[in-house]
Design a protein. Structure first.
Lengths: 515, 80
């Protein structure tokens, strides 16, 4: 709808001004980012259309030649038609709705018929030759073969990988000193705070060595006897792969190198049975464009909140206080309740994409990929615990909040992830989690070393460890509660996902031949 | 009849599936040459800013406008 509208209120220039409407983007506001509604569309029959709105635009003004096909209860148009253009503010393709596509097909048929009706005319000329060839030439240049090639990394690459990694981290540090430079001139990377200068989870040495593990894949781009790019992906037990690093030295072709690395991964991983690919990245340096061109769908945004090491942690809560606040450790039996809590706090389209299953929640505590966040890769090097807070619901006790805690085993920040019902204040649970971090790091054996390293790397002199957490945009006001607990926002990252196979929830229902 | 689905970004696979389910020949459109012989074009919902960049980058804007009187098109929402 936005692409086709003639006017975008407070926005950019129109792209393809074919529809005489003015549009306001994201006008339903943050709380109403996504919603579903049953719409009456008289043109399509009596059965209402079930419409899924995801960060939908609002039509502010409609031109005289535009028919409004459907409105919300408050009268705002959400489906319009002008001659041979049909536009909806919702996703007809997500709810099993076929009538809009059928109508479009009918319209295409009508307008394609030569000389039919006075208001319908065929385009007089085919698109001109110039218009067709110029862009194609540009495309060919983008995909041009370079001298280099992508291959799996070998142990002998370690030194070169070290250089590449050092370059990317060094460049990042240099630019963050200048403050405000968001584009790294020498190396393009995913821009995740934990893989670059600021937190340095993946230190120089562990990064390449980890790449040779059985579950990781490390690809390099070799160009005239040097390594110009690297991609590292981790795979977990659900055949889901997560791209955690994608760096390329920028001599003007970093975009090409990175795109080829991603394509190589997609091809190679498909052969190994990968079903889904995840990546979290900063929306800069062409990151999001690159992944979208490779077929990734962007489904969310997450704020990374960081609690510096120099802020003292609250004292651990004792057993009785915890019981009074109704906080307890999770049990395998909580799976159903946890799944319910997750679906309550997560917009349906996101839940559909993330597609957690009950067994994922049963393994809660050891299966650390659920619930997923941009930071879950750091949990590989942490001890995971999880807790819930109960409250009395309409039909007996229910889970009001969930806490996942990753106590760092290596020099990285501790991890904390909270899910909370919108009307619930999870502050006691957050404080409980921070208290546990304090307890584990002062009493645990062998962990003092890790926390000292962390404090040193983060740059503070305090011996308290740093804690990091991720909050989805729709989790508000959870970010406020975390800020009250001493966290501050350090980055916003986009979450993207690509599915290569259709997953079957119940394999028994599929004929043997197609399994 | 052949309907194109702009396959630069967003939920284009779902649109292709719905159209094929209706028995329509649905083709992904990535290059200007993919627009040949297409009677209609679907713009899937997605990030409008990204989509704008990609439309420009892949040189699709003018070919789409050139064939506009011929091709009806549908767009499912586009947020920012």
């Amino acid at each position: 709808m936005i692409l086709l509208s003639k006017q975008i209120v407070d926005g950019d220039e129109p792209v393809l001004p074919l529809l005489d409407v003015s549009i306001k983007r994201n006008a339903f506001g943050r709380q109403l980012d996504s919603f579903e509604a049953d719409l009456d569309v008289p043109m399509l029959g009596d059965t209402p259309v079930h419409a899924v709105f995801i960060r939908a635009p609002v039509v502010e003004h409609v031109g005289d030649d535009v028919d409004v096909m459907a409105r919300l209860d408050d009268g705002r148009p959400v489906a319009v038609r002008q001659r041979n253009v049909l536009a909806t503010a919702f996703h007809p393709e997500l709810s099993g709705e076929t009538r809009f596509h059928r109508l479009l097909t009918t319209m295409a048929g009508e307008f394609a018929e030569p000389g039919e009706g006075s208001g319908r005319r065929r385009h007089p000329d085919p698109p001109s030759h110039d218009a067709m060839t110029m862009p194609v030439r540009a495309v060919r240049r983008l995909g041009q073969q370079r001298a280099g090639r992508v291959r799996s990394a070998r142990i002998t690459d370690l030194a070169a990988l070290g250089d590449l990694s050092r370059l990317s981290h060094g460049a990042e540090a240099r630019f963050s000193d200048l403050d405000g430079a968001d584009v790294d001139e020498r190396v393009r990377s995913l821009g995740l705070p934990f893989s670059t200068g600021q937190i340095r989870v993946f230190s120089l040495f562990r990064m390449p060595l980890g790449g040779f593990g059985t579950h990781d894949q490390l690809y390099v781009y070799e160009d005239a006897q040097r390594l110009a790019g690297l991609l590292r992906a981790e795979r977990d037990n659900r055949d889901e792969w997560t791209i955690v690093e994608l760096d390329a030295v920028d001599d003007g072709t970093a975009g090409d190198i990175r795109y080829r690395l991603v394509q190589h991964l997609l091809r190679d991983a498909s052969k190994r049975g990968a079903a889904r690919f995840h990546v979290a990245c900063e929306d800069s340096g062409g990151n999001v464009d690159l992944f979208m061109q490779a077929g990734f769908a962007r489904y969310g945004e997450e704020a990374i909140l960081f609690r510096p090491a120099d802020r003292p942690l609250p004292a651990p809560l004792d057993e009785q206080a915890a019981r009074r606040a109704r906080i307890r450790a999770t049990r395998p039996l909580d799976a159903l309740l946890l799944a319910r809590l997750y679906t309550t706090v997560t917009p349906q389209p996101v839940a559909r994409l993330e597609a957690y299953r009950l067994p994922d929640w049963e393994r809660q505590g050891s299966q650390w990929r659920v619930p997923r966040s941009a930071l879950t890769p750091i949990l590989r090097f942490a001890d995971i615990e999880s807790y819930v807070q109960e409250r009395d619901g309409a039909s007996g006790p229910e889970l009001a909040a969930f806490l996942q805690l990753g106590v760092a085993k290596e020099d990285q920040p501790h991890y904390l992830k909270v899910l909370s019902l919108p009307g619930h204040d999870p502050s006691p649970l957050i404080e409980y989690g921070l208290g546990l971090v304090a307890e584990r790091t002062t009493r645990g054996t062998g962990r003092e070393l890790a926390s000292t390293f962390t404090a040193g790397l983060i740059g503070g002199h305090a011996r308290e460890p740093a804690v990091v957490t991720a909050v989805r945009t729709y989790d508000a006001p959870l970010d406020r509660r975390l800020e009250e607990a001493g966290f501050e926002s350090i980055a916003t990252v986009c979450l993207l996902l690509k599915e290569t196979l259709i997953r079957v929830a119940e394999p028994a229902m599929v004929p043997v031949a197609t399994r | 009849m052949r309907i194109g689905v702009l396959a630069l970004q967003g939920a284009f696979i779902e649109h292709l599936q719905v159209l094929r389910q209706l028995g329509v020949e649905a083709v992904p459109v990535r290059l200007p040459s993919d627009l040949d012989g297409v009677s209609g074009l679907v713009f899937p919902g997605g990030e409008s800013t990204t989509m704008r960049k990609l439309i420009h980058r892949w040189g699709l804007r003018d070919p789409i406008l050139d064939s506009r009187a011929k091709a009806p098109r549908c767009s499912a929402r586009v947020p920012g």
